[in-house]
Write a protein that binds this ligand. Structure first.
Ligand SMILES: [Zn+2]
Length: 109
């Protein structure tokens, strides 16, 4: 049995790379970061739960305007909607060491 990789694509709604034939978007969570968001306009994130939403928001911040990796932990508040309880997360990041081996030559010894 073969797998059709052509169905493994990025969802145009949530952005997750998945088998779109069976894909269902994760629920939307609202996130808030002091100095980044307007208190009336929280940033929406697709995630399976509040903790993943906080991590994804931290990752988004690192990609655009705020570097969690360099500045250290940041508080991210997550809620389902404005009538739901809020979860407060202390989000941090660490760099992963990646080793590379670039072939420079091949010869008989
Ligand atoms: Zn989706």
């Amino acid at each position: 049995m073969s797998i059709k990789f052509s169905n493994y694509e990025k969802c145009p709604i949530c952005g997750k790379v998945d088998f779109l034939k069976n894909h269902k978007c994760d629920p939307i969570w609202e996130t808030f970061v002091e100095d980044e968001d307007d208190t009336e306009k929280w940033t929406k994130i697709y995630a399976c739960g509040p903790q993943e939403a906080a991590c994804k928001r931290a990752e988004d911040l690192d990609q655009y305007d705020h570097c969690v990796l360099e500045t250290g932990p940041i508080e991210i508040i997550v809620r389902k909607d404005k009538d739901s309880p809020a979860f407060y997360f202390n989000c941090s990041a660490e760099a992963e060491v990646v080793y590379y081996a670039d072939l420079i030559d091949e010869r008989d010894i």
